[in-house]
Design a protein around this ligand. Structure first.
Ligand code: PLP
Length: 383
């Protein structure tokens, strides 16, 4: 029995309004958006309407939005699209990126590129001055995430944008965890490229978008048609794109009220846990997305706590969802200076629109007892 799904940074439930908007395109709206007949043109119209909604969410022009199969593809398209034709030079990213950026940069290193891995402070935030100091004449791309998926910590992207702009270097922003949660205006960020993903904002999985500033040269990764202004070939996923469009439209309309409610609920869950569980501490401070808190439970095996909570009907995660099951401690928490043992004791609680104070109350009925039991099993627990 599911009592509370508190893992919305991994994936969110699709909103009923989004499902309703998508359904016609799984029934009679099956046309190919490239076809000249009515069915095709209806699909094309829906595609362009969705593009306008996504553009409005981030303050872009519709023509600057390229639909992809998700955040991972958007990140890869940004990185390879800018660098594919260049001889190896210098690039820069942070030590706390999602694997969808981290792994392409590791691959670049293998291919002869020099990578500067920007460090973060104990609060999980980069220093824009580090970007300024690391710039080289050969720097071809800087990629900085807008909000971290594990801690919710918001990075000073606009300040980085000023620096990259002045230096004439392209900036990519992974805004997958920011879109729909905090305001985004691509003009203010000063970025050339920005990624987002449907399933993090109550849209469907397997669809995302890359913002490509007008005039930015981008080499496609997929060839096979003239779709998406020749930036991403392949018949468009109309139901998915319509879902992302509707989720974006709703997120734009409701962001302020929804953000305030989520922040209040997050602050409540955070302070209630700190009060009810001894030796618990929040990881990551400063500006954070309104839905995320990461809490370290000293001397508790995080994975064991995830499983214990799951057995009680609560979904949360330890470290990034995609690294769950792996024994490695989170690279994000290690970069913040946590010891591997402490990093393995952290849990991420990430809220969504559907969560309620009743669910938080139910969590608090079981969490202190589970933590106490796991600590009794821990050889290092001596309090
Ligand atoms: N970037 C960040 C910051 C993420 O949190 C995620 C997913 O967790 C991704 C990229 C990848 O997005 P997708 O799951 O749509 O491929």
């Amino acid at each position: 029995m599911l009592r509370a799904y508190l893992d919305n940074n991994a994936s969110t439930p699709v909103r009923p309004e989004v499902v309703a908007a998508m359904l016609p395109f799984l029934h009679e709206g099956y046309g190919n958006a490239s076809s000249v007949h009515q069915r095709g043109q209806a699909a094309r119209a829906a595609l362009e309407q969705a593009r306008a909604h996504v553009a409005a969410l981030i303050g872009a022009r519709p023509a600057e939005v390229v639909f992809t199969s998700g955040g991972t593809e958007a990140d890869n398209l940004a990185i390879w699209g800018v660098l594919a034709d260049l001889p190896p030079g210098h690039v820069m990213t942070t030590a706390i990126e999602h694997h969808a950026v981290l792994f392409p940069f590791q691959e670049l290193e293998k291919r002869g590129w020099t990578v500067t891995w920007l460090p973060v402070n104990a609060q999980g935030c980069i220093d824009p001055d580090d970007v300024r100091r690391a710039l080289k004449p050969t720097t071809a791309l800087v990629s900085v995430m807008m909000a971290n998926n594990e801690t919710g910590v918001i990075q000073p992207v606009a300040e980085v944008g000023k620096i990259t702009r002045a230096a004439g270097v392209k900036l990519h922003v992974d805004a997958v965890q920011a879109a729909g949660k905090i305001p985004i205006a691509v003009e203010d960020l000063g970025c050339e490229l920005l990624s987002l993903s449907g399933h993090k904002l109550h849209g469907p999985q397997g669809v995302g978008a890359l913002y490509v500033r007008r005039g930015t040269a981008l080499r496609p990764m997929l060839f096979g048609g003239r779709h998406e202004r020749e930036r991403r070939a392949g018949t468009e996923n109309i139901p998915g794109i319509v879902g992302l469009g509707e989720a974006s439209r709703l997120a734009t309309a409701e962001r302020v009220t929804s953000g305030e409610r989520l922040a209040a609920l997050r602050d409540h869950v955070e302070s209630a846990i700190l009060e009810a569980v001894p030796h618990a501490a929040v990881v990551g401070a400063g500006a954070r997305t309104p839905n995320t808190t990461n809490i370290c439970f000293a001397d508790v095996d995080g994975e064991a706590l995830v499983i214990s909570l799951d057995l009680q009907g609560f979904c949360v995660s330890a470290g990034a969802a995609c690294s769950s099951g792996a024994v490695d401690a989170s690279h994000v928490l290690l970069a913040m200076g946590l010891s591997p043992a402490r990093a393995r004791s952290c849990l991420r609680f990430s809220l969504g629109k559907q969560n309620s104070t009743e669910e938080v109350a139910a969590l608090l009925e079981v969490l202190p007892g589970l933590v106490a039991r796991l600590r009794e099993l821990s050889p290092s627990w001596s309090h």
